[in-house]
Design a protein around this ligand. Structure first.
Ligand code: F6P
Length: 330
């Protein structure tokens, strides 16, 4: 392997820069040239590249976002686009590619590997929804960013004795919402993976909390829940008549200085990805399992479904009051 490419694709995540730095420096350490490909698959199709040397990735680990930009490419979805992407690899003599992103990124890598390009994926998404890996780069920072805003919201909700309904990112997954809900001591958490009985699981905990003296409430809703935060807020207003306010945290959760966990995880994953390519491996995803960095076949990884961590869900239900034993009819 003489020259590899690295790119970021899909939604960005804090820590992606640390992964880019690690890929570039590990490659150089092994005597392999590293080319940065800008704007994900779009850049690969259009030969939008910049060579990365030791200095050009210096100091990027502490920055949020991705120095290589990110994009979602429609052209790559059709065979002609993919052929062009392979053409760029041939033109530049790229022997292997590292793609950093979520499952959309990995589906693209799988297609490229079918066309003869050696590929390795690194899970980078604040959603933490890659089934083969217990952790994805960006999740920790996004949790902390959300928490920071929620703590501020609490202050004003407390002053005004209101109910706050906060929507946390996660189009298809509630991992972020669940984790944030546990960390902020929410009144209730609503995620797309788990149906709830609104009356029993949401209104009753609010009523019980009110009866024991609490006058403000914090409900965390994952973006993927039907109706979103506005739908849940409406239900609460109708059932309880509480003064309810919605906050959509949105893209703020994708920015900011990466936490140490994200920087270190990204650094390890970048290192492992280059080692695999250098060893002639292809079609692999780097994963974290039981504190060990392992790798998985991309097709196998994509066929797996990540369910919500049931232990965390049970802990959340117990501590929020959602799981109160139903009182016997008296
Ligand atoms: O997958 C990461 C994510 O931030 C999701 O949580 C969110 O639903 C989506 O990306 C938003 O995508 P975009 O930035 O394209 O609007």
């Amino acid at each position: 392997v003489r020259r590899i490419g690295v790119f970021t694709s899909g939604g960005d995540a804090p820590g992606m820069n640390a992964a880019i730095r690690s890929v570039a420096r590990t490659a150089l350490h092994m005597g392999i040239e590293c080319i940065g490909i800008r704007r994900g698959y779009h850049g690969l199709i259009n030969c939008d590249v910049l060579p990365l040397d030791f200095e050009s990735v210096s100091g990027i680990s502490r920055q949020g976002g991705t120095m290589l930009y990110s994009a979602r490419s429609k052209e790559f979805m059709v065979p002609e686009g993919r052929e062009k992407a392979v053409g760029t690899c041939k033109l530049l003599g790229i022997d292997g590619l590292v793609g950093i992103g979520g499952d959309g990124t990995f589906r693209g890598l799988l297609e490229l590997s079918k066309l003869g390009v050696s590929v390795v994926g690194i899970p980078g998404t604040i959603d933490n929804d890659i089934a083969c890996s217990s952790y994805t780069i960006g999740f920790d920072t996004a949790c902390n960013t959300a928490l920071d805003s929620i703590d501020k919201l609490r202050d004003t909700m407390q002053s005004h004795e209101r109910c706050s309904v906060v929507e946390v990112m996660g189009r298809h997954a509630g991992h972020l919402a669940l984790y944030v809900g546990v960390a902020c001591g929410a009144t209730a958490v609503v995620v797309p993976e788990q149906d709830i009985d609104y009356e029993h699981d949401l209104m009753e905990p609010i009523r019980r909390a009110r009866l024991s003296g609490r006058t403000h409430f914090m409900v965390i809703v994952a973006e993927g829940v039907e109706g979103g935060a506005y739908g849940v807020a409406e239900k609460i207003r109708e059932a309880t008549a509480l003064d309810t306010r919605v906050t959509i945290l949105g893209h703020v959760q994708r920015g900011g200085r990466p936490s140490s966990r994200d920087r270190v995880t990204a650094t390890y994953m970048g290192y492992e990805a280059v080692k695999l390519l250098a060893a002639g491996e292809s079609n692999r995803v780097i994963c974290l399992q039981d504190d060990q960095y392992v790798d998985f076949d991309i097709a196998d990884a994509l066929s797996m479904k990540k369910s919500l961590d049931q232990q965390t869900y049970s802990v959340m239900r117990a501590l929020t009051g959602m799981e109160q034993v139903r009182l016997k009819d008296q």
